[in-house]
Design a protein around this ligand. Sequence first.
Ligand code: PLP
Length: 401
Amino acid sequence: MRLAARIERIKPSPSSVAAGRARALKAQGHDVISLTTGEPDFDTPEHVRRAAFEAMERGETRYTDTDGTPALKRAVQDKFRRENGLSYELDEIVVASGGKQVVFNAFMATLEAGDEVVVPAPYWVSYPDIALLAGARPVFAPCPAAGGFKLTPEALEAALTPRTRWLVLNSPGNPSGAAYAAGELRALADVLVRHPDVAILSDDMYEHILFDGRVFATMAAVAPELAGRTLTLNGVSKAYAMTGWRIGYAGGPRVLMRAMAKLQSQSTSNPCSVSQAAALAALEGPQAVVRERSAAFERRRDLAVALLGAVDGLSCPVPEGAFYLYPGCEGLMGRRRPDTGAVIERDADLVLYLLEQAGVAGIAGDAYGLSPHFRLSIAVGEDTLVQACERVAHACAALRV
Ligand code: PLP
């Protein structure tokens, strides 16, 4: 079978690959703690699950409008108004099968061969590959730990060219946990107003997992003059522990949203009807659970940062949100494994060592475009997290200088 060139341009999601490797080792009887997962370890709230059952009982098991049921789109409209101060008409909103499909639809609907997408690094692994699928070229803007993993106006200006069609912003960010304050977004907006052909993807998927009393900010609200070219993406996957239900949504300019809906009508059609009913219950129901879970992630962050920050050779920046740590491991490069004598030359070498010797699975920073770092998910119980950090500390200390 001959495959299309577009499929050769992309790679399988590195997090799925790493999670699969950890699962396989576990299945062989190895004692592995997997910190690879990109989903909350909590259950979908009870009232949300109940809403799904009730929807099935009512017979909501058929096709819906392609871009979401009117009820869910109204709930999304209310959410954007209530939480973000953004006003969208219903035809400026699209519901899709996960946030990932929103990115896919947006890029496929707008990008031509040779167009560029500016992606601050480290980045969520799917942005560059979806841009590549659409025939475009990802342009990476390095955002090192020293700058809090954040894009500066200068770095943005340097990355923009006449071919730039999109800037991707993700706050709080996967994998770094960096969260932009309103003032930081405003400074980026001041650059973007001078580049009217650049659209902005604001990926707010981790909006509700935000620490230390920070106030969430999103570009279309901070810079209303950019709202006509900003796609505000969000979803229920992370906030409500609903990764498997596959519901994401977005608000943005009508012409883009209608193009995205048209594309969806010729690919997946409507998102799952039962999942839409569940997402409606999540958005309209009690929100205390969201705050409680964010607080739980914050406690875990504090525990893990304290343990890993004390390890010689590691630096552990403090995430401002999301549920990952992104420690730097420059200080361990050049050290030797005690078991094989092999030199740790790259973050991937360290991640392999930690998996084989410490039984802790993480993901190498090269997958996220900023090395030497590695990502550890804190979406596990506190005892497991402490045990994993102690194992990492022990293994790092055992490396030979
Ligand atoms: N955006 C970011 C930054 C993510 O990390 C993820 C999932 O890992 C998504 C979007 C996609 O979420 P969904 O599961 O709704 O497709």
